[in-house]
Ligand binder design. Sequence first.
Ligand SMILES: [Zn+2]
Length: 562
Amino acid sequence: MTTIDVSRSGQKLTADLVLVNGKIVTLDQQQSIVEAVAVRCGRILAVGSNRQIESLVCPQTDLVDLKGRTVVPGLIDSHCHMISVMTVDRAIGAIFVNSESGVRSITDIQSRIAVDARQKTKDKWIIARGEDESKLAERRHPTKTDLDKAVSSHPVLVEHVGGHVSIFNSRALELAGVRRGAPDPVGGRYERDPSTGELTGIVHEEAARDSILPSSAERPSLEKGVESLRWVAEQYVASGLTCISEGWVKDGVLVQIAHEALRNQQLPIRIRIDPTKDLMSHLAASGIGEGFGNEMLQINAIKTIVDGAVSSGTAALFESYPGRPGYRGELATTKEALRDLVMEGCSKGYRFAVHANGDRAIDMLLDVLEEAEAKYPRKDPRHIIIHCTVINDRIIDRIKRSGVLPTIFGPFAYYHGDKLFNSYGPEMLERMMAARSFLDAGIMVSAHSDSSAAPFEPLLGIHSLVNRQSAKGKPIGLSQRVSVIDALKMYTINAAYHTFEENVMGSIEPGKYADMVVLGKDLLTVRIDAIKDIPVDMTIVGGRIVYRRLRGSKPSNQHGDQ
Ligand SMILES: [Zn+2]
């Protein structure tokens, strides 16, 4: 039995919670698999055989008979938008125009926004998310003209599922004072009709979006926010997630919502917050640095964006996109602006978690991070490249040398695979979401969902990393497949390393947080094409059972129709 050292107290400790008769995949150094685990005060007390662990049971212990089921360490999503998108959407009453909600055409989008407008006063924004032109009958984004036909009284935003393309109606453009001939904002672009020069209403990147959408349109009230966060977080823990990195917190009210939920004991999941530059100066002025917070809620790295999205085919590449001569994707910043921000943050002691998808964007980011480390050297900086999608040998070398950590899309090969196949072609897919290349180079790569850009369920992510097949069965860069254990590590111990928490999270070992997931089928022996269908039976965060599947109820992780 391995246990925490209790010899100084001289007393034998008893457990609050004990799981016995299981197959507990500890992910410790020796890759031990044990029968039982004991928990005390939110931490793992001991792991070992049934007999060893049963000696820690007392009358107050909550004893769970696993009946042979598999337990894995709590799953960690290294980058998603649980608060900044999913909670906010629910709290502000955003509507959905994704294919899952039955939208098949621009006409469907028109009718959804028209219905919403009838329920809102004219000063309220209509915000519709999840647009995906590749799944619309017209195979194109709607334009402002399409939106105007449905709603001209209210300002309307229809946002692409990848978050880098937004479409506004004429009323929205008018309120923002953005007219034909308006110069593009730095880091963004207003699309114009090539023959008339008229604005189409389609805009690229956050900078262009934020020049039209007032921040108040997306600011929830504290009360609605807390209620919505709880609702969303309950779904996350039901999928086996015990910790997430929240990747885009630009409004202090979002931190307040998370904190308030925690204080009211309505936060079942650990949250690591990546604030944007907008919040960085406020945090710095208050002396709040990385790691500030507690075991449940903590400030992490500063998030910024270098280029476009993979799912909208706008990642910044060195070469042209297949079949699109001269088109190399979109940068969302200039190297100078990126350097200014990173230098400012590093001078204040922050590290960075930066969205960079294409090889051209990653290269630019590595230049800047190397410069920053030369000027403000730190022993163990662990800057993060979020997505780090399209790589080459040189990039792998530079990442390895600099100690920068990539986190890649987990579910994308499955969920967005068919679209990626069309945009990037089969050859480039062999060096995209390059789990195998990173692991072979000894790089501590983790994985993320980027939800709501893809489903948050981590078992779908593991399924996708192991199989590298689209939902329709197309191979999506098979040379980058990894083993089940490697994919599991990307969602556990490797992800813990990304937040400097490898000593307290990511494996089932004495002294670590008691974060565990009981699975309804054995992840290590189930057919790999059925990983995504494994039901989550129980999720434990800090020794507390935060989710228990009702007998006979269906698992939530069903994405068969994508
Ligand atoms: Zn993101």
